[in-house]
Each structure stands twice: as structure tokens, then as C-alpha cells.
Ligand binder design. Structure first.
Ligand SMILES: O=C(O)CCC(=O)C(=O)O
Length: 271
């Protein structure tokens, strides 16, 4: 069974963080969720194919936030994995995952914003600056959560996630980035050394508000750090900007979306 731990709190609406355990040594989990090994193999297959095709998948965050000596570090990234393989579509529709998200965002109606995958290669994996996802895609009611799925055992040595518990209660913070493409908060107020490291086993999922200040460490180990991120929100929430319109955005994962426009002239995204 998925363990929903209620003692740590990173969500906006509910005073808790939710960790769902999908460890592959428990048979009942395997039957109800795509086997994490199967997901992991498919993930590796897609990355290998795109590296072979020489796709542009290097995605280290730009800006002056990088600590000296870490400028050459790398993150490999592919967005919208559900457009590459049905395994990820099935994961998005996992009942237990949607139960947890629905409870956290306090809505029976859950829609997708986007998904992405990051690999931090051994020894050269880049850190991420302390940031709030909010700045990339602000919404009116701040219902959005990040579903962070670990595909490797992760810790501070191999580039794991780090969080500032309670920071979501500060609301949107000032964007201190010096580049228009990437956003981050004041690195002196939220230095990585003050963050709480997340130690996660392969298959564990951490769900947190898009207002939570989070970051991640450089990968200085000889192990990979692979993750998947699903961003979801309430169907009743409204975007405050036109930014970040990924394919499959607004796909209904649970319940209904009564706000969806049906006008014929709006059936395609404007080119
Ligand atoms: O891959 C990571 O370690 C962090 C990713 C992240 O925080 C983000 O993309 O918002």
C-alpha cells in the first residue's frame, strides 16, 4: 500500500507533505502502479534514443546563481514524457496518486500542467538554485503541486532534492534571476546549505506546493540521479499569464473541467 505520511508539511492547502511509497519489493504496489523498473527502463530507452539522435536535451538553469566551480555541470531534460510513451500516461492516471493529489489540492477535479524528466549524470550533475515553480506558471489560487518521482535512490551526494519546509506559506517571493528564461529566489536568503535534504528511495514520490522553495544538490557521486516531475492543479484554478503552455496541458486526470472552452474557433492553440 502507498504510505501517506502526514507529519511533514509542504502543501499549500493541507498542513502536510505527502510521500507515496512505490517500492518494488511490495507486490500489491506493483500490481496497482506501473512497475518502477518498467518505468525506469522506458525512461532510459527514451533518453538513450534522444541522445543517439543528438536532440538538444541539456538543460542546466541559466543565470548568475551558480556557485563557482559548478559552471560546467549538466542536467539532461526531456519534457512531456507522456508524448513519448504510454507508460507515463498510465502513471499520470494512477488512482492512488490522484487520490493524494486531489486531497492535497482540495479538489475532486485534477488537471495536468506538464511533465518532465531530469537526469543528473554521475560526477557532473548540476545543482538547481533555490526557486519556486510559481514564477514559471503563476495561477490564481495556487493549487498547483509538483509530484516528484524518484527513479534512483537519492541523497545530497547524487544531486537529490532539498526543501525549505514552510516556505510555501510566504506566498510568491521576489524573482532574483538575471535572465528572462529562468527564475529563482534570493540565494542568500535561501542558501542550499540551509535547506533540508530529501533522502528518497527509488520509487518514492514527494508532493509539494509550487510555492515551496526548493533546490537540489550537484551530483558529486558515482551514481545517476534520475527523476520524473508531474505538475498538476485544480481544474478550477486559472492561469495568471499565458506562459508555459505545454502539450496536454489541461488534460483532465480526475473528475471534470467545467471551465473548458468549447468554442469551435478555439479548438486549436494559436500558432
Ligand atoms: O531535478 C531537480 O533536481 C530539481 C528540478 C526542479 O526543482 C524543477 O525543475 O523545478
Amino acid at each position: 500500500m502507498i504510505a501517506v505520511l502526514r507529519h511533514l508539511v509542504y502543501s499549500v492547502k493541507l498542513p502536510k507533505q505527502t510521500i507515496l511509497s512505490y517500492s518494488s519489493d511490495n507486490q500489491s504496489q506493483n500490481t496497482e502502479f506501473e512497475d518502477i523498473e518498467q518505468c525506469s527502463e522506458e525512461y532510459d530507452r527514451i533518453f538513450a534514443a534522444k541522445i543517439e539522435e543528438k536532440s538538444d536535451i541539456e538543460a542546466t538553469w541559466a543565470g548568475k546563481w551558480k556557485p563557482a566551480g559548478l559552471e560546467s555541470k549538466k542536467v539532461l531534460s526531456i519534457h512531456n514524457l507522456q508524448c513519448h510513451s504510454a507508460i507515463f500516461t498510465k502513471m499520470l492516471l494512477n488512482d492512488k496518486l490522484l487520490n493524494a493529489v486531489s486531497e492535497l489540492i482540495d479538489s475532486p477535479n485534477v488537471v495536468l500542467h506538464h511533465t518532465k524528466a531530469h537526469i543528473k549524470p554521475p560526477e557532473i550533475g548540476s545543482p538547481f538554485p533555490s526557486h519556486q515553480d510559481y514564477h514559471y506558471f503563476p495561477f490564481k489560487d495556487d493549487s498547483m503541486v509538483a509530484v516528484f518521482i524518484h527513479l534512483d535512490d537519492s541523497d545530497p551526494e547524487n544531486g537529490g532534492l532539498a526543501v525549505f519546509p514552510g516556505s510555501h506559506k510566504l506566498g510568491p517571493l521576489e524573482n532574483k534571476s538575471d535572465v528572462p528564461t529562468h527564475f529563482y529566489v534570493d540565494q542568500e536568503k535561501f542558501p542550499l546549505k540551509n535547506a533540508v535534504p530529501v533522502y528518497a528511495r527509488k520509487g518514492q514520490i514527494v508532493i509539494f506546493s509550487y510555492l515551496l522553495v526548493h533546490a537540489s544538490y550537484p551530483n558529486v557521486s558515482n551514481r545517476n540521479r534520475r527523476m520524473l516531475l508531474f505538475q498538476m492543479m485544480s481544474a478550477d484554478d486559472k492561469p495568471l499569464t499565458n506562459a508555459h503552455k505545454s502539450p496536454c496541458r489541461d488534460m483532465v486526470l480526475r473528475g471534470i473541467n467545467k471551465n473548458r472552452d468549447a468554442d469551435h474557433n478555439k479548438r486549436h492553440e494559436k500558432e
